[in-house]
Ligand binder design. Structure first.
Ligand SMILES: [Zn+2]
Length: 114
């Protein structure tokens, strides 16, 4: 997390062969790494990412002619001319990773609010 000062206390929320999600215990910033992509986010930005990937997943997961390993799914980014390219298999994995972590964070939000 280069944008952060020293002394952040990193907790691993998820880790698999594609990447990881970590969060600072103090400022709650989140870093998502997947293949060669790394994204630094706050809590709300993370939820936005979860929703964006969820919509791509919904649009693509049941298409019959979709190849699992060919990177033909282009995901828009805040940079107008830059897109992230996923295979269906990767989109599955990214979606599952984000859903799992979002659920963990929601449980954390609830327990903190009590
Ligand atoms: Zn921090």
């Amino acid at each position: 997390m280069q944008a952060h000062q020293q002394g952040h206390d990193i907790q691993i929320l998820h880790k698999d062969r594609y990447g990881y999600v970590v969060q600072c215990r103090h400022c709650k910033c989140i870093q998502v790494a997947f293949n060669n992509i790394a994204i630094d986010q706050d809590r709300n930005e993370f939820t936005s990412l979860v929703k964006v990937i969820e919509s791509y997943y919904r649009d693509h997961h049941d298409l019959p002619d979709q190849c699992c390993n060919f990177r033909n799914i282009q995901v828009e980014t805040p940079f107008e001319k830059m897109r992230l390219v996923f295979s269906l298999g990767e989109l599955y994995a990214f979606h599952n990773m984000l859903q799992k972590v979002e659920l963990m964070l929601q449980v954390d939000d609830i327990s903190r609010a009590q």
